[in-house]
Design a protein around this ligand. Sequence first.
Ligand SMILES: [Zn+2]
Length: 379
Amino acid sequence: MLSSLQRQILGAINSAAGLSRTELAQVCGMSKAAIGGVVREMIDAGYLHESETVNGPGQGRPSVRLMLRPEGAYFIGVSLLQTPAQMALINLQGEIIARAGFTLSREPEALAQNIAHALPDLLEGHTDAAARLIGMGVTLSGFIDENQSTCVQSALLGWRDVPLASLVAAATGLEVFIENDAKALAVSEKRFGQARDLDTFTLVSHGAGIGSAHFIAGRLHRGLHGGAGEIAHCTLELNGTPCRCGKRGCLDTIASLNAIMEMAREENLGLSSLAELEQLASGGSAAAIRILHRAGTALGLAIAQLIQILDPSLILIAHQAGAFGGLLGTVVQQSIETNVLPGFAGLTPVRTFPIDEDTWVRAAASIAAHRFLDGPDNP
Ligand SMILES: [Zn+2]
């Protein structure tokens, strides 16, 4: 178990992608001599290593950069978003070392057993990693409690109040935390991705469903009950289409990929993918254009509201490969600009990136890594 100072050191070095002892002493508010002793212990324990010599500005003496040692700690990620479910082993830099798949069961006890049975496959040939394995993160589509231990509700899995973390911990013997998929992806981008050096940013995930999550002042904002950030079920259309959550007119019913494809079915467009819908739209199909406009406008409007409420330094939109390269992506951007208060317009950069096959498992594992590096977000 690391001390809070050791966690602070690991977290600071991770966020900055490397620090000198002098910089680290400043970040931690300690003397260079005092920080030196702790750093030595952490190098000996295999968490840190010394990297290239950096010449300071002016005549300053060269200093050595402290980096996280990738092999210093390992984490397992389990994603319950697809069938078969996916599992991966990552190192302290977020690199995927091994992957495995297993059968997704909606019965929690059986699921925990399936995860435990898949573990030997994942760890085979990785004895060193197994010896330095810290814990496991599990992500799913749903509402997770403030302790990252109980799934309060998941429409996709048909769960209510499932204590999944303790079931999986009992089956595997590992420390386990569970998290909502979008929140886990925000953590992954903060720890290992595009938001490392940002304290305040918002992530929006767009796929079969829609999710969002926020880092505020360097912490994942989970809210009092763990439910902060859910834009999918914010009402965008009064008395609109019934939603699977029980309400009407939620963003999810207008702008998710499922909703877009459902609208295309209702229009009898006879297609099976967003790419085909985009193709129809670019060929002038009024119905295809209308569907993509409606979805993009609603998503942009929801993001504009997030910008006004939170004023983040970046909006990151994670989407399925190719999904934002056509009319949908253009309308989302236009709708954000149109709906943000004029004084705010254009101030918040919006960056889109495609989800790949490793995105969700890395996100899951990053929950365990984030706990290790930073402690709980709601301490
Ligand atoms: Zn809803």
